[in-house]
Write a protein that binds this ligand. Structure first.
Ligand SMILES: Cc1cc2nc3c(=O)[nH]c(=O)nc-3n(C[C@H](O)[C@H](O)[C@H](O)COP(=O)(O)OP(=O)(O)OC[C@H]3O[C@@H](n4cnc5c(N)ncnc54)[C@H](O)[C@@H]3O)c2cc1C
Length: 464
């Protein structure tokens, strides 16, 4: 990037907050989806929405692409500066501006870490319900942009259900307020459009989020099964019976062993799969629901059923589940974390086909799932250094996505499309569907400077 542009940017945020040395840029060349990499030309760390607007003004003047970035934990290449340009890292904008318990709302900057918000609200009996497994590190801005889900989103809904209003700096450089702190805002639901738009429609600089009341009580069960198929069958029946647990998570045999070795959460290492089932609500209603769930599990081949006897035991099970992805590193050099969603009644059939596919290709799988949502995360274990291995894995991923789409599912349950899957969008959408989405994008960003090459297939689609 030209020296005079860097100087202009230094004039906005201060020299310390403009990174342009190669070693400083290295950390920003990818997000959690490390197969796609591209270094930015500069990284800016603004402290306010005014600074964001001025940076975007410079980007527009010089025709430079810009990419918003939160904590960089995204798993679909969303924060990747695919065509260089500027990364706007929002980590300095991390203050919780207001906790309004009377109206159950929080006003936050985008860089606030998800868990920090719940921790700030919980002494008063409230929390922020969307709980991605990355909640210890991921930011509200990234959660909004990816419409993040999490174990408890089965009952409480994903991020989009918990946003009242947003302040956004548009790709034009204008600052707008979307939505309203009052219910049922008139006009187009632009908060809904922005949430899940993967950083392609502008930069969120402030959010009014809905807080939820902490449940009076929770009961957490651990059910061990001989196979993942049995566990998935139990999930379909629990949901079909009209029981809505707060969370319904599966792990397969490989995953259980890795998690247990790392966290000593007390998981049954001999099991083919486990279900973690959490029920919450009024204490008086929980036992009846727990009995129903237990009966369904036992009927579907559950070999061992445990109820967490203390808060410590319950937290231990969740620690195991939330840190599971991190433990995969013990099993493999490289991994591909797959993310797709299928109708819940097709879950066990799709899981069976995915495992058959991996077996045929001789690729080991470990598997996690927010199964209650039909959200699957098979993890393909491989070694990138082996000749041709990366291409083979990508072919396998395509085959697995095809299975999910053919079963009535979609390409992503929660991690987004980013640069990872935009070339597959035509598996799911017609040319007219895609054109309608493209027009929405262009209405916000006619020059395609804001996070280009993401979500929609384009002339940039093929990454390599
Ligand atoms: C171990 C692990 C577990 C995970 N578990 C889950 C899970 O359970 N559920 C789930 O949904 N995801 C999960 N993820 C994926 C990831 O954590 C989420 O997508 C998260 O919401 C990304 O937040 P981030 O702050 O890291 O965003 P980043 O990765 O920095 O960015 C993600 C996207 O958001 C955009 N963006 C960031 N900030 C803004 C902003 N202020 N305005 C506009 N756009 C912005 C970026 O351009 C990019 O497209 C997991 C990831 C890891 C590594």
């Amino acid at each position: 990037m030209k020296q005079e542009i860097l100087d202009e940017l230094r004039g906005i945020v201060g020299s310390a907050y403009v990174l342009s040395e190669p070693e400083e840029l290295l950390a920003y060349e990818c997000d959690g989806f490390a197969l796609h990499r591209h270094p930015p030309d500069a990284v800016l760390l603004p402290a306010s929405s005014e600074e964001v607007a001025r940076i975007i003004g410079v980007a527009r003047k010089h025709g430079i692409p810009f990419v918003p970035r939160g904590a960089g934990t995204g798993l679909s290449g969303g924060a990747l500066p695919r065509f260089g340009g500027m990364v706007l890292s929002l980590t300095r904008m991390k203050s919780i501006r207001e906790l309004d318990f009377e109206n159950r709302q929080a006003v936050v900057q985008p860089g606030v870490i998800n868990l920090n918000l719940s921790q700030a609200a919980s002494p008063s009996g409230y929390y922020f319900a969307p709980d991605p497994s990355s909640q210890m590190v991921s930011s509200i801005g990234g959660n909004l942009a990816e419409n993040a889900g999490g174990p408890h989103c089965l009952k409480y809904g994903t991020t989009t259900n918990h946003v009242a209003a947003l302040q956004v700096v548009l790709p034009s450089g204008e600052t707008v307020e979307l939505g309203s702190r009052a219910a049922d805002c008139p006009g187009y639901d632009l908060v809904g459009v922005f949430t899940g738009s993967e950083g392609t429609l502008g930069v969120a600089t402030r959010a009014v989020l809905k807080l939820s009341r902490l449940p009076q009580s929770a009961k957490t069960l651990l059910a061990a099964f001989e196979s993942l198929k049995d566990a998935c069958d139990a999930v379909s029946v629990i949901i079909a019976r009209g029981i809505v647990p707060a969370a319904l998570e599966t792990m397969d045999r490989r995953m259980i062993r890795a998690v247990e070795a790392a966290t000593h959460a007390g998981l049954p290492v001999g099991a083919g799969a486990v279900l973690i089932i959490e029920l919450d609500g009024l204490a008086s209603a929980l036992q009846v629901q727990a009995d129903q769930v237990a009966e369904i599990c036992l009927h579907h081949g559950c070999q061992e059923l445990r109820v967490a006897k203390s808060e410590e035991e319950r937290q231990g099970l969740w620690k195991g589940r939330k840190e599971a992805f991190g433990t995969v590193g013990r099993m493999t050099r490289d991994l591909y974390l797959h993310d797709a969603v299928v109708p819940r009644n097709r879950l066990s059939e799709v899981v069976t086909r995915i495992y058959e596919c991996a077996d045929r290709a001789g690729v080991p799988l470990a598997s996690l799932a927010h199964a209650g949502d039909g959200n699957l995360h098979p993890i393909l274990l491989f070694d990138r250094k082996k000749e041709g291995e990366e291409v083979r894995i990508l072919d396998l991923v395509r085959e697995m996505l095809r299975i999910c789409v053919d079963a009535g599912g979609t390409l992503s349950g929660e991690h987004g499309i980013g640069s990872e899957k935009n070339e597959y969008m035509d598996m799911l959408f017609s040319a007219a569907d895609l054109e309608a989405m493209r027009r929405v994008r262009l209405a916000f960003d006619p020059d395609e400077l804001c996070n280009p090459g993401k979500i929609l297939p384009s002339r940039f689609s093929r990454y390599h």
